[in-house]
Design a protein around this ligand. Structure first.
Ligand SMILES: [Zn+2]
Ligand SMILES: [Zn+2]
Length: 150
């Protein structure tokens, strides 16, 4: 392989890594204390999507994959994280988790999945190579709107 091509591929994968970190940071986490900001033990996840709009989300308390396989089992026997109860408080400082509302309008850069989990409708890529903003980033804490009200 030509050294320029090799270098270009390296840069491309570094860029992708940067974007992957940025995507992780776009997923809402509690901002009540430094521990919650640094260790994402609780994140906001999208539960339902209707048409092109995520309609409902919930605060998800993460557990290890092996525990999830044992405990978070849905009615069909598959691992089903949304079967877990919603988190209500920050596990580090005990502050109540904020009520989250949809950004209005939803940013056009947010990934929307309409086919049940194969392709992203925003960029038309397969989900594993989609680099759009995560669906959960369409939500923000109530009363702390980043987008000015219309
Ligand atoms: Zn906290
Ligand atoms: Zn996408």
């Amino acid at each position: 392989m030509h050294p320029d091509v090799k270098r270009w591929r390296q840069l491309q994968s570094l860029e992708r890594l940067d974007r992957e970190l940025e995507i992780m940071r776009l997923i809402p986490t509690p901002t009540c204390c430094d521990a919650a900001k640094h260790y994402p033990a609780v994140t906001f996840q999208v539960a339902d999507v209707e048409g092109r709009r995520p309609t409902r989300g919930y605060w998800h308390a993460h557990m290890s994959e092996s525990l999830a396989r044992r405990y978070a089992v849905g009615p069909d026997g598959s691992v089903w994280l949304s079967a877990m109860p919603e988190a209500k408080f920050c596990p580090f400082c005990g502050a109540p988790l904020p009520e989250m509302v949809l950004k209005e309008p939803i940013p056009k850069t947010v990934s929307v999945v309409l086919d049940g989990g194969y392709y992203c409708s925003t960029c038309k890529e397969r989900l594993y190579s989609c680099m759009c903003d995560p669906p959960a980033s369409a939500f923000e804490p109530k009363g702390r709107a980043e987008t000015p009200p219309r």
